[in-house]
Design a protein around this ligand. Structure first.
Ligand SMILES: [Zn+2]
Length: 91
């Protein structure tokens, strides 16, 4: 994903972002929380079951990230991997 300023998010994707937020649809919030609880109660983090639980929870999530170059927000919706560049806070 490329910001309007030209910054490539994929370049730093694995480094993490200081200004990133988890996005969950209101309608999916309870199912997401249940999936997170199942993860927290599963103690074998090397099992296929654990990986499946993490994948299930992750399917409910998108993110909101701030571009480190121009400070516009990038919204990545859950489910469909669509992304939108939004305005900056001062626009
Ligand atoms: Zn940018």
């Amino acid at each position: 994903m490329i910001c309007k300023c030209g910054y490539a998010y994929s370049k730093d994707w694995n480094k993490g972002f200081n200004d990133a937020y988890l996005v969950v649809k209101d309608a999916d919030y309870e199912a997401f929380i249940q999936a997170e609880i199942a993860i927290s109660q599963h103690h074998n983090k090397n099992s296929e079951k654990f990986v499946g639980l993490v994948a299930e929870a992750a399917a409910y999530t998108g993110s909101l990230r701030k571009c480190p170059m121009c400070h516009r927000y990038l919204l990545i919706l859950p489910d469909n991997d669509k992304a939108f560049v939004l305005a900056r806070e001062d626009e």
